[in-house]
Design a binder for this molecule. Structure first.
Ligand code: NAP
Length: 299
């Protein structure tokens, strides 16, 4: 049976998806990283899986990595990805090997948003939808068999990533108020479970489909602080300050703030559908479930 290639296997979603896939049939997996150090960490985490160096700025390395591959997962990182370079390279490589039955691509596009509706100021952030509105039309036009996982909300790993440190030390959820919105939050566990399912059930069931993963409830920062207070048994106060985010994001802080000017409005019109529960046959993970499960990260 042909291989499943994961481009972005060292990443958050990529790695969690590989964890699931490796429980199924590790011999089918080929895990890609663009860095030598990535090879070592992949081998440590997934000792029985094949690993490969592939840089999506280098089409030849992609073509090499795609030999004998039928299915591919692509997750591109925010801020640094030029989709006008990366996605055409992936498309050309996939066409040249001729064996690709499915490309599963993670995107985050509020329904109806296109690159034409975004100004260069936002597109240049290369963050969130500003990446994916470039990649999707290229993939759509390629004629390749593509399945999209669209996550037009926040992934719950943002909580431990840039909110937990202040919660831990000072029982404060600190974010600039201008970045607040009533957001849908989707667990990375649900996304990875969906990705693994799409890559291991018949590709023909999923080609040309866009699975939009949403949440039944929306939460702003004070509401998240309320959930944290409930689970920790101590008050967590929401504080309007940009210091911790500035520290966490470093050089990307200003770009992120520009991105937020659009993102805080962009997902307002997203409607919930039970896609996660329908695909996975189990209830979707809520923010409360997530905080309960990962309580130690906030203590
Ligand atoms: N945060 C949110 O709330 C949210 C919400 C919705 C959607 N999203 C989307 O989620 C995506 C980020 O997911 P994530 O956090 O799982 O990503 P991530 O952890 O940043 O992983 C990105 C992967 O890209 C790989 N990569 C980087 N440069 C590469 C290159 N030149 N060639 C080949 N591979 C390369 C990295 O591997 P190596 O460095 O090892 O090569 C890494 O495995 C973004 O597209 C974002 O828009 C995020």
């Amino acid at each position: 049976m042909n291989k499943i290639l994961v481009l972005g296997a060292t990443g958050n979603i990529g790695g969690l998806t590989v964890e699931r896939l490796s429980k199924n049939d590790v011999s089918r997996l080929r895990l890609a990283t663009s860095r030598e150090a990535g090879l070592a960490s992949l081998s440590e985490r997934f000792p029985d899986a094949e690993t490969v160096l592939a840089d999506w700025h280098d089409e030849a390395s992609l073509t090499q990595a795609m030999q004998g591959v039928s299915r591919i997962l692509v997750v591109t990182p925010d801020f640094v990805t030029d989709e006008n370079v990366v996605t055409p390279n992936i498309i050309r490589a996939a066409k040249s090997v001729g064996s690709i039955e499915q490309i599963v691509r993670l995107i985050a596009i509020p329904p109806g948003l296109t690159a034409e509706k975004l100004t260069p100021r936002f597109l240049d952030t290369r963050c969130g939808a500003n990446l994916h509105v470039i990649a999707k039309p290229l993939l759509d036009a390629s004629g390749l068999p593509v399945t999209y996982i669209n996550v037009p909300g926040w992934i719950m790993f943002n909580l431990p990533w840039f909110l937990a440190p202040e919660v831990k030390v000072r029982r404060r959820l600190v974010m600039p108020a201008v970045t607040d919105a009533n957001r849908m939050w989707i667990s990375e566990v649900d996304i990875a479970d969906v990705a693994a399912l799409l890559l291991t059930t018949p590709a023909s069931e999923h080609i040309g489909k866009e699975y939009i993963l949403t949440a039944s409830e929306r939460f702003n920062y004070p509401a998240i602080a309320g959930l944290l207070s409930d689970e920790l048994g101590e008050e967590v106060q929401y504080v309007d300050d940009d210091g911790p985010l500035r520290d966490a994001m470093g050089e990307s802080f200003d770009v992120l703030m520009t991105y937020f000017e659009h993102e805080t409005q962009a997902y307002d019109g997203v409607e919930h559908s039970e896609t996660v529960a329908r695909l996975l046959g189990r209830p979707q993970i809520t923010v409360r479930d997530y905080i309960k499960e990962n309580c130690e990260l906030f203590k």
